[in-house]
Design a protein around this ligand. Sequence first.
Ligand code: GDP
Ligand code: IMO
Ligand code: MG
Length: 429
Amino acid sequence: MPATCVIGLQWGDEAKGKLVDLLAPRHDIVVRYQGGANAGHTVVFGKEVYKLHHIPSGILSPQITNVIAPGVVIEPNMLIRELTNLEDRGIQPRRNLMISQRAHVVMPWHILEDRAINKTVVSGESIGTTNRGIGPCYRDKVGRTHAVRMADLVRPDLTTRIAEIVDAKRVLLSSIASKEDMEELNAERIAQQCHQWADTLGPMLADTTYFLLDNLDAGRKLLMEGAQGSLLDIDHGTYPFVTSSNASGVGVSSGSGVPARWIERVIGVAKAYSTRVGGGPFPTELLDDTGQKIREIGREYGTTTGRPRRCGWFDAVAVRYTARLSGVHYLSLMMLDVLSHFETIQVCVAYDLDGERVDRLPSEAETLRRCKPIYETLDGWMQDVSEVRSLDAFPTNARRYIDRISELIAVPIGVLSVGPDREQTIFLI
Ligand code: GDP
Ligand code: IMO
Ligand code: MG
């Protein structure tokens, strides 16, 4: 099994981090290949809770190499903080972490720009980004002239280059950024910071593309860790309410440099209900007590920003689409324990669009906004499942729910999760 992929099928936070941590020991290398510090992946075992933003969730297994591939955008201050946080807890991430020289750097001006334009209304609502500079950094990557890559941090002409970019950015940002923000655009200070980043991160820089290709040729196994979720994919998600990278399965090859011929298995991760952070259409959103109940029981508050997540019922139309788009072989269905407290559970099986029944996700956010969910109602199980450790041990109604979701999205179940801990997982693969 050369490369297995873990891909979010909703709007992020499906518990990809938990699954990657558990699957990591079956592999040799774990790869993060898109997104950046907008991601927040949680790994829990016992009383230990780890929140990872850039570092792959395989880092807790010391025998595994972890790679941050070219498609990731790196905010060095945050990455260094992640490294020291892990070190403070007795883990030695610098030994088994490699960072691509090709990965782009989220520079201070990207964060200022994200902050300055985040409130802009687009298609009737603001996107509500994580303010981590993700969109502006990817924009500069595509634009090329003002981009900084990790390898540039160790170049001798770095100081001159930073001065040139700061001059250009001051012109671009002067009309949108606040006075305080503009003061942060100090070329000398930023260049100095870059030198510090180079000192700390330089030893981990490598050509990860050759490293991965060589290891695949040598028969090693890779685990590709997606960030965000397929509905946030820049090309195939609920645009413009998306992130700036290919967060669905289609992004694995471009972000990592691992060609499609090596990808053998894709595991799609979905919650047993839906959540979304930030703006954008969300047909099954519950703005009532039921939504609040899901939020409280599921502790649905952002790992990166702490924002309350919007909550709603499972949307089988959306997940059927993303499971096909991401080429999913198995479904990993998470947070089943959260639904133990509902007498009835709704699943959206189609949309009502202006009086017509549709079973495909519309490509326009404006059209999706008009879609009303058509629900199928299933009986809840009203029984704690957090101690369940085998498929047979689930209450009948929970089994019915799991089977119905699998049927609706036409993908077999591979993994079930009944709590945040490593132990609270049932593997069928
Ligand atoms: P990611 O971004 O996809 O890695 O997901 P996050 O870490 O942002 O959010 C998932 C949250 O749910 C984390 O706090 C996990 O510890 C927690 N979690 C994972 N699996 C389960 C589960 O089966 N049940 C419950 N109640 N929580 C879970
Ligand atoms: P993980 O990997 C949930 C959302 C933001 C916003 C939109 C664009 O933890 O699942 P950005 O800062 O990327 O420009 O924001 O995308 N978003 C996420 N939502 N989980 C994430 O990552 C997310 N990363 C970005 O809330 O709506
Ligand atoms: Mg998250």
